[in-house]
Design a protein around this ligand. Structure first.
Ligand SMILES: Nc1ncnc2c1ncn2[C@@H]1O[C@H](COP(=O)(O)OP(=O)(O)OP(=O)(O)O)[C@@H](O)[C@H]1O
Length: 257
């Protein structure tokens, strides 16, 4: 679960990243975070993952009050937050299986360079289960740099599942994928939210996919949360208006002109 209460972020140079942002996300909810460039999405993600401290307000992630944690506690909390990146961040020379296995590094006290040798059979079994969940068990032995973008993102999600996260933050996870692969990744993330009862937040710029896979849509504008609505109750034109993408033609048609 994620909860923010009145968070603001002012950077040392005076830029305001966030202004009085409050929302809650329950376990099992898949929430889409939208907003133009510079609207504050990355700042919010960095605050939620404990990389940035808000100047004001409270944040709790997985039951932990982030602002009150010391460095060691923050490091521990980060292990419980699964992050999905736009560019996958796999180790290209390692196999798909090894990349996924390394997802457990944060919860097993074994050094990186010996991890592949000393990982237990149970962990290896778990890694195969995570790969199976994303539909890529058959590619376990393949080098990860031989995969397509969509497959790489699936491997990155399997690696993140190995972490046993309690919350998932995905930063434009489909920005470099074709429409079909992008849809598959969105479906996977929204299914994982339901199956594992995790709070999932996805930064996305696709209106159709936001409606299809998001339970709720949040919109930031100049650091402020201007929309927080259930995707079932929201009309497409309302979202387009908030996003400033409604065409003059659509507007005229809607207004019956
Ligand atoms: N480290 C920083 N120092 C100063 N200002 C910053 C810093 N990081 C972000 N900002 C400012 O905070 C505001 C929000 O930026 P942020 O990167 O969070 O937006 P964004 O919605 O993620 O944009 P994008 O879609 O381009 O990634 C912008 O005005 C930006 O210039």
């Amino acid at each position: 679960m994620i909860h923010t209460e009145g968070i603001s972020k002012i950077f040392p140079n005076g830029n305001q990243g966030l202004k009085n942002v409050s929302f809650s996300i329950d376990n099992g909810e898949c929430v889409i975070l939208m907003g133009h460039n510079g609207s504050g999405k990355s700042t919010l993600f960095r605050c939620l993952s404990g990389l940035e401290k808000p100047s004001e307000g409270k944040i709790s992630v997985a039951g932990e009050p982030i602002a009150d944690l010391n460095r060691k506690q923050l490091r521990q909390l980060r292990k419980r937050i699964g992050i999905v990146f736009q560019h996958f961040n796999l180790v290209p020379t390692l196999s798909v299986f090894q990349n996924v296995l390394f997802g457990a590094l944060g919860r097993v006290p074994v050094a990186f360079h010996t991890f592949n040798l000393f990982a237990s059979n149970d962990l290896r079994k778990e890694a195969m289960q995570c790969l199976d969940r994303v539909g890529l068990a058959h590619l376990a032995e393949r080098r990860s740099d031989e995969l397509s973008g969509g497959q790489k993102q699936r491997v990155a999600i399997a690696r993140m599942l190995m972490q046993k996260p309690e919350v998932i933050l995905a930063d434009e996870p489909i920005a470099s994928l074709d429409p079909k692969a992008g849809k598959e990744i969105m479906e996977l993330l929204s299914d994982i939210a339901k199956e594992r009862k995790l709070a999932v937040v996805i930064i996305l710029h696709h209106i159709d996919l936001a409606f299809e896979y998001g339970d709720r849509i949040l919109m930031l504008k100049e650091g402020q949360l201007v929309l927080d609505a259930s995707s079932k109750k929201l009309e497409r034109y309302e979202l387009e208006r908030f996003y400033d993408v409604e065409s003059e033609f659509a507007k005229a048609k809607r207004e019956g002109a």
